[in-house]
Each structure stands twice: as C-alpha cells, then as structure tokens.
Design a protein around this ligand. Structure first.
Ligand code: NAD
Ligand code: MG
Length: 391
C-alpha cells in the first residue's frame, strides 16, 4: 500500500489524481490532502478518501474545515500554513506536488529533502530553484517523476538508464510539443483586447486558470523548456519547441541515429498521473484508448516568437541562468494575476515580464534564500509596473 499526500488536492491536477486513486483502493491510501481556500471541496474529498491530515491556507479556513468535518463525524487532523504543508509532504511515501506557482516550492522541497517519491506537476518550483531542487533530490535519494504531460512523455521516450548515463543514450534533441493555445491563429493586433475568459478557454486541455493563461501566452511552454533543462540535463540548444495543435503527441526524443521516440495519447492528465503513480508498472487511468483514425490528421509548425514573446523571454532566462528564471516566474505570476483581475491587458503580460527582467540584475542561485529574495524583488518590481499601466 502506497501512502500519498496530495498538495493542491482541490485543483485540476489534484482532482484528476484523486480520480485515478479512486480506481485503485487496493494500491493507494491517501495520507494528507491540502487546499488553499476551497474548504467545502476539501471537506467532500476528506469524506470520500479519509486522509489522516488536511491542510489549508489560513486559521479561518482551518476552523471552517474542522467544523464541517465534525458535522460529518469525520476524524481528520486539520492544520494550516506553510510549515504544515512541509510536514505532510515529508510524511507520506509519495507526494503529488500540484500547488500552483511559487507557493508550491517549500513543500515540494521538503518532500525532496525527506527522500520521498515526488510526482511533480508544480513546474514553477523547478523553474525557480532548478539546481538546488535537483541537488536536494539526489542528495536525499528522492525519486522525481514528471507529471507535466510533455516531460512525462520525454521520460517515457528515454531509456531507463538515462539518469545514470545520459552520455551513452545518443540523445540529439528533446522536442517539446505545444498546442499553441487558444490564440494560435488569431490576428496578432487583436491580442491586446482578449479577455480572461477567452484566454482560459484552452482548445484541448481543461486546467487551472493560471496555467491556462500561461498556455495562451506560451509562457507555459517557456517554463517547460526550463523544466526540461533541469529534469533531463539538456542545454537550451538541445531543446526544441514544435507547435502541434491536436495535442496527441505529448513530446518526443530525437536520437543521433535519426530515430524519434514519442509518447502519444488522448489529452487527459490522468495518463501521466497514472504512469507516475504506478511506475515502473502500469495501471488503468480512466482515459480512453487513442483512436488515430478518428483524429485523422496531425499538424506541426514552428513557433512564432513575435506572436509569443513570453517563449523568447523564457529561453533568455534559461541562457542567462542564476536567479533569472526566478525573476521571470515571479513577474509572470504577478502579471497573470493582474490580467485575470482585468487590471492589465493580455499583451501587457509579456511587457511586464520583459521590464522586470531587463530592469533588474539577476544573481547566483546559491541558496533557496537567495532565490526567494529574488522572487520577492521581482514581485515588488512587477507590482509597480502593473500599477503604472493598470486601467
Ligand atoms: P489549480 O489552480 O487548478 O489548482 C491549484 C491548487 O493549488 C489548488 O488546490 C489550490 O488550493 C492550491 N493553492 C493555490 N494557491 C496556493 C497557496 N498559496 N498555498 C497553498 N496551496 C495553494 O492549478 P492546476 O491546473 O491543478 O495546476 C497545478 C500545478 O500543476 C501548476 O504548477 C501547473 O503548472 C501544473 N500543471 C497543471 C496541468 C493541468 O492540466 N492542470 C498540467 C501540467 C502541469
Ligand atoms: Mg505541460
């Protein structure tokens, strides 16, 4: 029996994870569930999965949850705050890291330091602290399995010996596929005026609001390029992005002999979640079998960096190194939130990020404290810029 903590249980990835777990009660037991503010959803999840612990974002949310659970006669230890998130991340056998944004870094790192099996959805944690995070994984014997569909596909397309001896594997390129999001073919001039509702309407995937906006700007793919760099030890020059609007090929590895290995499937996150949960075995996920004859056509094109400046900014941050990706990530989080609140326009997102990156020096990512200081500085800088353009 594997005991699992789900960080971010009420989110899109959290709910898909619980859907897979519910299919295999003989294999998995939920140790802890966490949510920021969706107390009623969390209470319903606790009633179904009976975790030993539940963690929320505030004292008020904790007392609400405790009384909801009492009313249903459910025994569960309720706590709140970052320290409690780090505790539950260090207790189970397996941790699903599915909090969105920088808030997920401390608990994901706690899981790494405790040597856990980490299923990593929270790409922002790795973008911010890449080398430090990977060091914590290796030094503590943790196992890191990617949930992001592209990275899970690459992991499946690499030989299992790759982590031990990447040199002998003959990898020429890592090819990340990208759907291109909802604005792939919309006239560029009209992007100034798109609404949060339009930006969150992804053609293929149903996801949380922040990652949906990231997909519309293609910052999501930019963050994934940085994520791939750290997960697979590939330099920026070895990572390609290809637009593939159908999201059937989830990513590919191109080898020196001309072979290309890819992982395909219907676009449903339960596939990579089930893959990582059961690895190296396979379990049913609830996702239907892929029918290529129904899909008929798969298309591919090069990304247009003028349409998607966020993708270029992310490559720039990766090449600059140090705390540059932490600057990029923090500025993006602030800008996306401002866009979702209708304080700035869609195209202002890339303008805010570019200004934060170009008006602030980055430093060495020598410690988590240095990364968090850069994150705080970038957030303050981004908020000032947002205030200047807010409408
Ligand atoms: P979501 O917004 O649906 O859910 C986020 C979860 O994090 C919620 O449970 C919320 O309660 C929790 N949370 C939010 N802010 C928090 C805070 N300050 N402290 C503690 N908890 C907090 O997001 P999602 O779409 O499930 O994405 C989660 C992560 O997985 C993101 O990093 C995203 O990039 C990544 N990811 C998501 C998908 C997808 O299909 N949704 C695919 C690949 C990667
Ligand atoms: Mg992805």
């Amino acid at each position: 029996m594997q005991h699992i903590t789900i960080l971010g249980a009420t989110g899109s990835i959290g709910v898909s994870t619980l859907d897979v777990l519910a299919r295999h009660p003989d294999k998995y037991k939920v140790h802890a569930l966490t949510a920021h503010s969706k107390v009623e959803e969390l209470a319903a999840q606790c009633a179904q999965f009976r975790p030993r612990r539940a963690v929320v974002g505030s004292a008020e949310a904790a007392s609400q949850l405790a009384s909801l659970l009492r009313a249903k006669d459910i025994r569960c230890d309720v706590s709140y705050g970052e320290a409690a998130l780090c505790e539950v991340a260090a207790e189970a056998d397996t941790v699903m890291a599915a909090i969105v944004g920088a808030a997920g870094l401390a608990p994901a790192l706690a899981a790494a330091r405790a040597g856990k099996k980490i299923l990593l959805a929270n790409k922002e944690a790795l973008v911010m602290s890449g080398q430090l995070f990977m060091d914590a994984v290796h030094q503590n014997g943790a196992i890191l399995l990617p949930i992001d569909s592209e990275h899970n596909a690459i992991f499946q397309s690499l030989p299992q010996s790759y982590a031990r001896s990447p040199e002998g594997a003959g990898v020429a390129k890592i090819v990340l596929t990208a759907s291109g999001g909802p604005f792939l073919s919309r006239a560029v001039e009209t992007l100034e005026d798109v609404t949060p509702e339009q930006a969150c309407k992804h053609p293929n995937w149903s996801m949380g609001r922040k990652i949906s906006v990231d997909s519309a700007t293609m910052m999501n793919k930019g963050l994934e390029v940085i994520e791939a760099h750290w997960l697979f030890g590939a330099p920026a020059s070895q990572i390609d992005v290809v637009i593939h609007p159908q999201s059937v090929i989830h990513s590919m590895v191109s080898y020196v002999d001309g072979s290309v290995l890819a992982q395909l499937g219907n676009p449903d996150m339960r596939t990579p979640i089930a893959h990582a949960l059961a690895f190296p075995e396979r379990i049913e996920s609830g996702v239907g079998q892929l029918d290529l004859t129904t899909i008929g056509t798969l298309q591919f094109e090069k990304p247009d960096f003028a349409r998607f400046p966020c993708l270029a900014l992310a490559f720039e941050a990766l090449v600059a190194g140090g705390t540059s990706p932490a600057l990029l990530n923090a500025a993006n989080e602030v800008a996306v939130e401002a866009f979702l609140d209708r304080r700035i326009g869609f195209r202002d997102i890339d303008r805010v990020i570019a200004r934060v990156m170009h008006e602030n020096e980055h430093g060495a990512a020598s410690s988590i404290e240095a990364v968090m200081a850069q994150d705080a500085l970038a957030r303050a800088a981004a908020r000032t810029i947002v205030a200047g353009i807010a409408r």
